[in-house]
Design a protein around this ligand. Structure first.
Ligand code: FAD
Length: 559
């Protein structure tokens, strides 16, 4: 810490600074000035504010380990929070009175970007090793140079590897490949020491950290599965006025796990701000958009199924058939057309070696996706253009000054058996009329693809994302509406689980984790017994430490 920098720090800050921190070797990478600590005192949600005492800009994982160790052995241990980009909503990456670790600085100013693609030597599949601080968009750019890409994504790629792996990382590919946490071979984690973990090595830590809300260690490297990257994407949106048909078709598409669509999502469109402000991507032409808006105004609320088929240029002509199918004005016409398409493409009967696009034809109950006749739209885009689609929306909102506003988002997983009740109570009830801006996502996921994230106890459940922006100073109203939705679910006995959860009482956390709670507490005792890590999640109280014996703490024995 240089004297100049210290001279900028108000004495009150120095009083709250953990003693001895500035004597560490990493002191020149610790910042205390109010400008810095203020920048790290809130997040994307803009609903919570709490400054840290200091911010560490680590130059290596060892710097992070030194900080965590120092706190652990300090007479006054202080909280430490890794911060990816602070895309959390409720202060999950804050460290009030403690030290925030600015993860992106691990990769700053380096030539290698800490992203390395390897494998395929006969003994292993291809994979990418990415620093926990890396953005998924950079992982994509780097892997594409080798012709590969991770297979499971989030809708938005400007999130960090460590940040999404601490939650789950879900998007329209998860029904097939599982969430991002199901596509990791190995992790390097700072728990005070550097630990490597995988399915075979320290498996409890491995599965605990994946989806572990930053509670057990700080991810500094993840080895992520990749697959050959497709070149192009045929991207479709089908409009429904009937929720039952919409969800039935979504479930049909996700049941075709190996050969059908590569991506399935969906959303609610309402004739108000949510429709106008559905910023997630530019998809519709102006003419089509007018058509969709007119339908929405007739029905109040309509549903949009979004699907995508990946393909190579070499199979482009058969993929064109998908476009033909999707642009048909009537599902019944589709039935009529099927034999023609099959015979012109491939006279053989259905076989699994057929290009995935043709399999749409074989959705046999099928031919019968029940979207509104004339309301199927398709675009053809590059793989990169498809995956980075939300960024286009971000730039649009930024240019309008609508990105850095409060985001009282609510993400929940709702069991399939109750999705219709949810629709009636929430989409047709609480949210009507909806005067807010932002997408409302609705899409099914499959249980068997999940590992450690907390999910409902049903084979299929729906990911519901109310991603609303408070652009009219109305965040409290939107938040009240979120509470009303959760109250409605509890009253109706809908066994939902929050995704990117936010609770303030430990009893609620216990309920959230359910049968997994005791195992989670055991892991916390083992890897973070002094409750230093990610305090912004507000899961643990100080009581945990009282139950810890020295034998239980491998960490203590090492230093
Ligand atoms: P932060 O907000 O900085 O951190 C999140 C939590 O993880 C904190 O508790 C933090 O302490 C901890 N943490 C951060 N880095 C590490 C690390 N290296 N090791 C251990 N713990 C760490 N999520 C989805 O699943 N699917 C989506 O499609 C999706 N879309 C999104 C779109 C937008 C526009 C935004 C803002 C968010 C979206 N998210 C989505 C949510 C996102 O996954 C979370 O915000 C997540 O926390 C990643 O953000 P981050 O990297 O900035 O992490």
């Amino acid at each position: 810490m240089s004297p100049q920098r210290l001279s900028h720090v108000p004495p009150s800050f120095l009083r709250t600074l953990p003693q001895g921190l500035l004597e560490l070797d990493i002191a020149d990478r610790i910042y205390l000035d109010p400008d810095t600590t203020t920048r790290f005192s809130t997040d994307f949600g803009r609903l919570t504010r709490a400054p840290p005492s200091a911010v560490l800009y680590p130059s290596s994982p060892d710097d992070i380990a030194a900080l965590v160790r120092f706190s652990y052995f300090s007479p006054h241990p202080f909280p430490v929070a890794a911060r990816g980009c602070g895309h959390s909503i409720r202060g999950q990456a804050l460290a009030p009175g403690g030290v925030v670790v600015d993860m992106p600085s691990l990769g700053r100013g380096r030539d290698d970007r800490r992203i390395n693609v390897s494998g395929g030597d006969g003994s292993s599949s291809w994979y990418v090793d990415a620093g926990g601080e890396q953005l998924w968009i950079d992982v994509l750019h780097e892997t594409l140079k080798h012709g590969f890409a991770p297979r499971s994504w989030t809708d938005y790629l400007h999130l960090t590897v460590g940040g999404t792996l601490s939650n789950a990382g879900v998007s329209g590919q998860a029904f097939r490949h599982g969430p991002q946490i199901s596509n990791v071979y190995e992790l390097e984690v700072v728990t005070g020491e550097m630990m490597r973990c995988s399915h075979n090595e320290n498996p409890a830590l491995f599965y605990g950290v994946l989806g572990g809300l930053g509670q057990l260690g700080i991810i500094t490297r993840a080895r992520i599965a990749v697959e050959p990257a497709p070149e192009r994407v045929r991207w479709a949106r089908l409009i429904y006025t009937d929720f039952v048909s919409f969800t039935r078709d979504q479930e049909l598409l996700i049941s075709m796990s190996e050969e059908g669509f590569d991506y399935v999502e969906g959303s609610l469109l309402m004739m108000d701000h949510s429709l106008i402000g559905n910023w997630r991507s530019s998809f519709f032409s102006d003419r089509d958009w007018e058509k969709v808006k007119l339908l929405a105004s007739q029905f109040g609320a309509i549903y949009c199924l979004e699907g995508a088929v990946y393909y190579e240029m070499a199979t482009a002509s058969s993929v064109d058939q998908v476009k033909v199918l999707l642009l048909l004005s009537s599902p019944m016409q589709l039935v009529g057309l099927v034999p023609t398409i099959i015979s012109s493409q491939d006279p053989r009967p259905y076989s699994s070696s057929m290009p995935p696009s043709l399999l749409l034809v074989f959705i046999r109950d099928a031919s019968l996706l029940s979207f509104v006749p004339g309301f199927a739209f398709a675009n053809d885009v590059s793989y990169m253009g498809f995956l980075d689609r939300v960024h286009t929306g971000e730039l649009k909102l930024r240019s309008m000054g609508l990105w850095d506003v409060p985001h009282p988002w609510l993400n929940i997983f709702v069991p399939k058996s109750r999705i219709r009740d949810f629709e009636i109570g929430v989409f047709k009830g609480i949210l009507k009329p909806n005067n807010s801006m932002g997408p409302v996502l609705i899409y099914p996921l499959k249980k068997n693809k999940y590992m450690s994230a907390v999910i409902p106890d049903e084979e299929i459940f729906y990911s519901i994302g109310l991603l609303r922006s408070a652009i009219m100073g109305d965040w409290e109203h939107l938040d009240d509406q979120n509470d009303e939705i959760l109250r409605f679910c509890r009253r109706e006995g809908i066994e939902y689980k929050q995704y990117l959860p936010h609770y303030t009482a430990q009893t609620d956390w216990m309920k959230h984790f359910g049968l997994k709670w005791n195992a989670f507490v055991e892991l916390k005792r083992r890897y973070d017994p002094k409750l230093l890590l990610s305090p912004g999640q507000r899961i643990f109280t100080s009581s945990l430490i009282e139950h810890v014996s020295e034998q239980e703490i491998p960490f203590l024995k090492l230093y």
